[in-house]
Design a protein around this ligand. Structure first.
Ligand SMILES: C[S@@+](CC[C@H](N)C(=O)[O-])C[C@H]1O[C@@H](n2cnc3c(N)ncnc32)[C@H](O)[C@@H]1O
Length: 499
């Protein structure tokens, strides 16, 4: 495939444009506002598309110039904006929109023509030599590396550092944007949340930290972020080199919790090192289409029907039965099925073709019936602990039903720990410690857990505990449990840690 065709294909896959409220929000988060003096500022928009972010940024820039008494000329305005767009059609469109906006803002057609040419470069941002920007706002392309046209993947792999060429393209964009904002600039990006949870994002996150960047999630689930509905979840993240971070509870309380957490991790290791496995419930897509009442599930083959749990089902310590079912196109070994071999499923998808077919995700391949995430065999393993990502009191529920939880619930498989004991120990205060040390605090005492926080919860290996400690923790004697817990973790279970 030649380069031109590859760019067309990439654009087709990633041109999912930002909604106006989200564009405004991204700019607010980095203080690119009409009331800020932007006369010396430089905004980078690395992939302008048809200008959702760029046009709003320019509108704000002109208003800022007016409100701060600055003269709007080629010399004063030209250095303020730098934007790129790889696709010729999109670049032509954004230039046309931008020109109309500038004329509407009374800049005069000649100046408008000059600025449009200076501001929008029809070039590949990833291959550009980084310049300098004080502000960066973007909705970078979300395309998995394996789905990139090979000719482009080869060019990028050659030109970019390895840690930014894993997983999906947005990581490469974030990394490049950091280079532009190296001198104290702020970056706001609407991006898939995948790289933050997935292993492939770890190298980038670690590397960013080591270069002094703070990555903050300003909104983990913005509502209606795009102009059209897509079957992928996104987040708004802010990257800064200073300490200026959103929602960061950098209070004494957090510092104290972190100190306790550090000490316990050094002593025992983490939940990850203890062999526990954490996964978020698979994203399904298509609203509630895949979720069924038990009686609706009868027409589909049993193998493809699983118990399903939502947040409101997690009120008791143990789940023994479930209200709902979910239909998944994966067998119990985690293999994607072929609907032609499963007549019940084939009939069901036929009946739901309209809702399923609307999603952009798998339409190209004609696999409109797939769930966004795969459902590996792990989900059939029993038992596990479940924890909502959003909570005001962190606790885990024991699930004995092999349920698949909704995408906003985490599952923890206990490894070598007896699951009931693990539940008791985590609910005894270890999760609360993680929450206080790590989780972003939201309004009214709510907090958000991420997989990586859960994995960092201090926990010894079960096999490293003495046999007395193991039987004491697993036994019925509460006093004995409390004593061992306190000796291991330095506080009594249920005590308010770091009030
Ligand atoms: C997700 S859209 C976002 C468009 C716009 N910023 C918005 O928020 O609506 C991504 C855009 O990036 C463009 N793009 C993809 N790779 C690019 C690259 N390497 N350099 C510049 N633009 C690129 C695509 O053509 C597409 O228009």
């Amino acid at each position: 495939m030649e380069l031109h065709a590859a760019i067309e294909q990439l654009h087709d896959r990633c041109a999912i444009y930002t909604s106006a409220p989200t564009a405004a929000r991204l700019l607010d988060l980095i203080d690119w506002t009409p009331t800020t003096d932007l006369s010396q500022a430089v905004l980078l928009e690395p992939c302008a598309g048809e200008g959702a972010i760029l046009l709003e940024a320019v509108r704000r820039l002109i208003r800022s110039f007016h409100s701060h008494g600055q003269t709007a000329s080629l010399a004063t305005l030209k250095p303020r904006i730098k934007s790129f767009e790889l696709h010729a059609g999109a670049a032509a469109t954004v230039r046309r929109f931008l020109r109309a906006l500038l004329v509407e803002e009374n800049l005069g057609p000649h100046l408008a023509d000059q600025l449009v040419l200076e501001w929008v470069a029809e070039r590949d941002f990833l291959l550009e030599k980084p310049g300098r920007a004080t502000h960066v706002a973007a909705n970078p392309p979300y395309v998995r590396w394996k789905n990139l046209p090979p000719i482009l993947a080869d060019i990028y792999r050659e030109a970019l550092p390895t840690m930014s060429t894993r997983g999906d393209l947005s990581v490469a964009f974030l990394n490049r944007m950091q280079e532009w904002a190296e001198d104290g600039g702020s970056i706001a990006a609407l991006t898939s949340d995948r790289w933050m949870f997935a292993q492939y994002g770890d190298a980038f996150v670690e590397n960013s930290k080591s270069r002094g960047w703070t990555i903050t999630v300003a909104d983990e689930r913005p509502s209606d972020p795009f102009l059209r509905t897509v079957g992928a979840y996104s987040a708004i993240v802010v990257l800064t080199k200073s300490d200026r971070s959103i929602h960061r509870v950098s209070s004494n309380r957090r510092e104290k919790a972190r100190a306790i957490q550090r000490e316990l991790l050094a002593r025992h290791g983490s939940l990850f090192e203890a062999g526990c496995v954490v996964r978020v419930g698979p994203a399904l897509g298509a609203g509630r289409t895949f979720i069924l009442e038990p009686e609706q599930a009868a027409e589909v083959e049993d193998e493809l029907i699983r118990p399903f749990l939502e947040r409101r089902d997690l009120t008791d310590p143990v789940v023994e039965t479930t209200r709902l079912r979910v239909v998944v196109p994966y067998d119990r070994c985690g293999m994607l099925i072929d609907p032609a071999q499963w007549p019940g499923f084939a009939a069901w998808i036929e009946g739901h073709k309209e809702a399923l077919g609307k999603r952009s995700h798998f339409r190209e391949k004609g696999e409109y019936w797939r769930t966004i995430d795969a459902v590996p065999a792990l989900w059939s393993e029993n038992p596990k602990l479940l924890m909502p990502e959003l909570c005001n009191k962190p606790f885990v529920t024991l699930d004995r039903t092999t349920a698949i939880p909704t995408h906003s619930i985490y599952a923890i498989w206990p490894g070598e720990w007896p699951v009931e004991v693990l539940q008791r120990v985590l609910n005894g205060g270890l999760l609360e410690l993680t929450a206080k040390a790590e989780a972003p605090a939201l309004k009214q005492g709510w907090m958000r857990f991420y997989k990586r926080f859960l994995l960092k919860t201090p926990l010894p290996k079960w096999s490293h505990l003495s046999s007395e400690d193991r039987s004491g923790l697993a036994g019925d004697n509460c006093l004995q449990f409390d004593k061992i817990f306190e000796r291991l973790f330095g506080f009594t279970p249920g005590a308010t840690l770091v009030p």
